[in-house]
Design a protein around this ligand. Structure first.
Ligand code: SF4
Length: 290
């Protein structure tokens, strides 16, 4: 396949990811609602903070009320500007010049605030986490970062493994006997086809160790809301594209994953065969459509 063909496949995969983002409208709306409430709360707090001392400021210095008004107006403008920029990025799905900074602000500061506000208005933590993952994915896609296959890591939870399987896959997924009782077999096949790293973690500590050892530039993580959220926060500034696992038998037991979603993520972030010295890249591999 030509470079032109590979880039057409990549843009098709990115387009599909963006289209699928539209299906996350409810999650995004929750995020925007919580963001609006948080900004409103902060603006009210700023105005209150200004109003209360205002009574006393003029007694200290005649110009102090005006100076404090300018300071607080700047804080309010900064908050509104930041909020509008984020909403614009979410709605348009376009990379803005400080997209990566925005991702940092969302991950580090905004998410804990939104959980708090969500609690106050009766939105469960799990729903806020889901909306956070959807927004994070959109910002990661908007960054449109391409990596070499060996720098892309697929990180899986152990609960994807069939509960009856005795094979130890946490040390090396390659130990999988490919019996087909669980999706580990298919995921290992995908990793071979795309020449990407793949690993299974039993928890946050092992996941962190895998990331330190493998030094990826991009992670596609499969997990539940809680683990994905903490994984995205722990590994920042490393971009993590999160895919929620399916739990037909309840949490942490014989879980499942949409293989098409994993493959689309891989195809969207892979840098074709450029600079891949370990074998052919994902040429000719069309992203699956589930
Ligand atoms: S596919 Fe692999 S991990 Fe899954 S049950 Fe079979 S041997 Fe175990």
């Amino acid at each position: 396949m030509t470079d032109h063909g590979v880039s057409r496949d990549l843009s098709k995969a990115v387009k599909e990811l963006k289209e699928r983002d539209l299906n996350h409208r409810p999650e995004k709306m929750i995020f925007i609602l919580l963001l609006f409430l948080t900004c409103l709360g902060l603006v009210i707090a700023a105005i209150t903070l200004w109003l209360v001392p205002f009574v006393g400021f003029s007694n200290i210095h005649p110009h102090l009320p005006v100076i404090m008004a300018v300071v607080f107006a700047m804080v309010v403008l900064f908050l509104i500007g930041g909020g509008l920029t984020l909403v614009f990025t979410i709605i348009r799905g376009k990379n803005l010049f400080f997209n990566r900074r925005i991702r940092g602000v969302v991950i580090r500061f905004l998410f804990p605030l939104l959980v708090l506000v969500g609690k106050c208005v009766g939105i469960s933590k799990e729903r806020v986490q889901r909306s956070f993952i959807a927004i994070n994915n959109q910002l990661v896609v908007a960054e449109a970062r391409l990596v070499q296959p060996r720098k892309l890591l697929i990180l899986l939870p152990q609960c994807l493994q069939n509960h009856d399987c005795d094979v130890r896959i946490t040390g090396s997924v390659e130990n999988c006997k490919a019996c087909g009782r669980c999706k580990i077999k298919n995921l290992v096949e995908l990793s071979h086809r795309y020449h990407v790293s793949i690993a299974v973690a039993t928890g946050g500590t092992l996941a962190r160790k895998i990331v330190v050892d493998k030094r990826p530039q991009m992670i596609i993580g499969v997990a539940c809301e809680r683990d994905l959220t903490s994984g995205i926060q722990d590994t920042y500034p490393l971009p993590v594209y999160g895919i929620l696992n399916k739990r037909p038998h309840g949490p942490c037991f014989d879980t499942d994953v949409d293989l098409g979603a994993v493959e689309r993520g891989m195809a969207a972030f892979l840098n074709g065969d450029k600079g891949n010295s370990e074998g052919p890249g994902p040429e000719g591999v069309k992203p699956a459509v589930s």
